[in-house]
Design a protein around this ligand. Structure first.
Ligand SMILES: Cc1ncc(COP(=O)(O)O)c(C=O)c1O
Length: 371
């Protein structure tokens, strides 16, 4: 990324633009259009809403955690009538509940179902394919809008196969880039709904993007250096192979959970079908402060763990195992946590790091000390 900026109206840029606009489709597992914005993930959240909805439209949004809450607030600011379905922050949306609510909506007043795929505040992954099946079983025409900000590029996600209409993503997690790019992958149906969607939009307008993107350009000044980075990130993912990338994160997530269990601590996610492969959120025992533990780990080992957000403030810490991440990074992370638990006086069993090592290398037979 540390290169001279090139003319964003010139032929060299057109090649870069075409290569990233085409290449990024593979990560979303789509053959449709993907729009790239110079914005954080919140921008792409807004783009998904203003491009598909009209003032007063009803949507169904499931409470999964801090980020579903923020997306809900954003939609409300645009005059969207959000039915925010309460959740415990420990499980994803129940597909049967999605089906029942849509089935009851015989007049098809819901225009969209909105779901956070990977709740970054809890480490719970929504079962998007089952939610799509529920929508189809209810024969409901609502669009499916999905936030993959902390899953895309680390966890298997299939925009086309799961019939998602708008997938929202960001650069700073699985795509291994600094913050500053965000994405909307869109279905044909979403593009067609876009033509009649009445919310005001200018900067986020898909139609203007579609037009400029055809030649590899953008309707405004693009974040050229981040696009250089994106081109490289896409090459890295392709070199490793997406299925290997997903396997790597599954493996690290399993090892992280093995450590947490060995410590005797509780994982926030209650349903093993919904375990996140990009992060693990861990509850600190009652009477102990997660933020003090995080502070001690930061001061002693220069390692920053994710904080508990909103109602989980001071109750959890979050282990990120997404993006460019390997076995030794995981073991270093878990080692820092185990030492921190000791220093902070948080009750736990030792041996979490060993449990993770056993999880990472189960095939190695224990060598005998007495040959
Ligand atoms: C799941 C999820 N959605 C939305 C956002 C908001 O994205 P940003 O902070 O890049 O605007 C985040 C940020 O971490 C997130 O994790």
């Amino acid at each position: 990324m540390n290169r001279h900026v090139i003319d964003h109206r010139g032929p060299e840029f057109a090649k870069l633009g075409k290569s990233v606009l085409e290449g990024v489709k593979k990560v979303f597992q789509t053959t449709g259009s993907v729009f790239i914005y110079p914005a954080s993930g919140t921008g792409a959240w807004e783009a998904a809403i203003v491009n598909t909805l009209s003032p007063g439209d009803r949507v169904l949004l499931f409470e999964t955690g801090h980020f579903s809450q923020l997306w809900c607030q954003l939609a409300k600011k645009f005059g969207i009538d959000v039915e925010y379905v309460p959740g415990s922050w420990r499980v994803g949306p129940d597909p049967a509940d999605v089906e029942a609510r849509l089935h009851a909506d015989s007049r098809h007043t819901f225009k969209a179902v909105m779901v956070v795929h990977n709740e970054t505040s809890t480490g719970v992954t929504s079962r998007v394919p089952e939610i799509r099946q529920a929508i189809n079983r209810a024969r409901h025409p609502a669009l499916l809008l999905v936030d993959t900000i902390s899953s895309l590029g680390s966890m298997d996600y299939r925009h086309d196969e799961w019939e998602v209409d708008v997938t929202v993503a960001g650069s700073q997690k699985g795509l291994m880039l600094p913050p500053g790019l965000s994405f909307n992958a869109v279905s044909e149906k979403a593009l067609s709904v876009n033509k009649n969607a009445k919310l005001p939009r200018s900067y986020w307008d898909w139609q203007e993007m579609l037009h400029a993107n055809q030649a590899g350009f953008f309707p405004f000044t693009p974040a050229t250096n981040l696009l250089f980075g994106l081109r490289e990130a896409l090459l890295m993912l392709e070199e490793e192979g997406l299925s290997n990338v997903f396997r790597r994160h599954n493996r690290h997530a399993e090892a992280a959970r093995a450590a947490v269990r060995e410590w005797g601590l509780e994982i926030v996610c209650e349903d093993p079908r919904e375990y996140s492969s990009s992060l693990t959120a861990v509850l600190v025992p009652q009477g102990h402060e997660a933020d003090q533990l995080r502070r001690i780990i930061l001061e002693n080992f220069d390692m920053s763990l994710g904080a508990g957000l909103s109602k989980l403030t001071n109750k959890v810490f979050r282990i990120g195992h997404l993006g460019s991440f390997n076995d030794l990074m995981l073991l270093g992370t878990l080692g820092g946590i185990e030492m921190g638990l000791r220093l902070a006086g948080v009750p736990h069993h030792s041996g979490g790091v060993t449990a993770a090592i056993n999880s990472l290398t189960p095939q190695i037979k224990k060598p005998s000390l007495n040959p």
